[in-house]
Design a protein around this ligand. Structure first.
Ligand code: B12
Length: 223
């Protein structure tokens, strides 16, 4: 038997898939009133719905207009849940630069990753989408970033991730910053191949890994 929380999570996902903004807002409000965790509502409800919508697009059941309405519903739900996220404030704050690499404008996954990073105690500088490699380096240097998170959904733009890593090497700052990569076509083997420090297939796991990697790095520096 599924719990009330599971049922609401399913309703959140379904409302996104059904492109139903009003329903998403209504269920998100109930989710909060019942004191369920907003983080779970986003990662196990709204994001699941967006993922399912993506699959319907692949199956040619949905087209671009439907997808955009799904993402409108997802963001409407996010507006309700986001103010209720619990931020990890006990730890020291880390700084991250995130963005979608040049040539790619898919930013839904990056936006989810950003929110999850913020809840785990990162101060996040979001460069947006279609970001030229050099911008990541400039921003990371400017703010003294602990982490750079690169996202892409397209096979044609994956190589821009390696370009960012090579630029970091060229600048002599590769070892100062953790580089994480993610998005649909990215895999652990691709991350290894280009010399990234971390990869995760899903945003909340990605944020947990981000913290682990940054902590590890800081310990190394201290030694
Ligand atoms: C939604 C979508 C769109 C929306 C984008 C809206 C937006 N603002 O983002 C719209 C309709 C605008 C769009 C446009 C296009 N799209 Co499109 N789109 C998709 C779709 C269906 C879903 C993507 C998505 O948002 N998924 C949901 C999110 C939550 O998942 P996610 O991004 O993977 O993110 C999760 C993880 O990967 C991870 N993550 C994400 N980033 C990061 C970063 C780090 C560091 C880490 C650790 C983790 C992490 O966390 C996230 C949450 O758990 C995919 C197909 C699919 N099933 O993936 C196609 C897809 C990506 N699109 C595709 C294409 C080709 C296009 C277009 C060129 C036009 C077209 N012909 O459809 C244009 C883009 C032009 C451009 N240059 O950017 C192709 C790419 C093919 C390829 N070469 O690889 C795909 C795969 C569809 C297909 N099979 O053809 N698209």
């Amino acid at each position: 038997m599924s719990s009330e929380k599971d049922e609401l999570l399913r309703e959140l996902a379904d409302a996104v898939v059904d492109m139903d903004e009003d329903k998403t807002v209504e269920v998100a409000n109930i989710f909060i009133q019942k004191n369920f965790d907003a983080y779970e509502g986003i990662s196990n409800g709204l994001a699941v719905g967006m993922d399912e919508a993506g699959k319907l697009y692949e199956e040619e059941e949905y087209y671009i207009p439907e997808l955009l309405m799904c993402s409108d519903a997802m963001y409407a739900g996010m507006d309700i849940l986001k103010p209720h996220l619990k931020y990890d404030e006990t730890d020291e704050r880390y700084k991250a630069v995130v963005g979608v690499v040049e040539g790619d404008t898919h930013d839904i996954g990056k936006n989810l990753f950003k929110i999850m990073l913020e809840t785990t105690g990162f101060e996040v500088y979001d460069l947006g989408r279609d970001v030229p490699p050099v911008k990541f380096i400039e921003k990371a240097k400017e703010i003294g970033a602990d982490l750079i998170g690169l996202s892409t959904l397209m096979t044609t733009t994956m190589d821009n991730m390696e370009i960012v890593i090579n630029l970091l090497k060229k600048e002599g700052i590769r070892d100062n910053v953790v580089v994480m990569v993610g998005g649909g076509p990215i895999s652990q083997s691709f991350a290894d191949k280009i010399g990234a420090d971390g990869y995760a297939p899903e945003a909340s796991r990605a944020a947990r890994l981000a913290k682990k990697l940054v902590r590890g790095k800081n310990i190394d520096v201290a030694i």
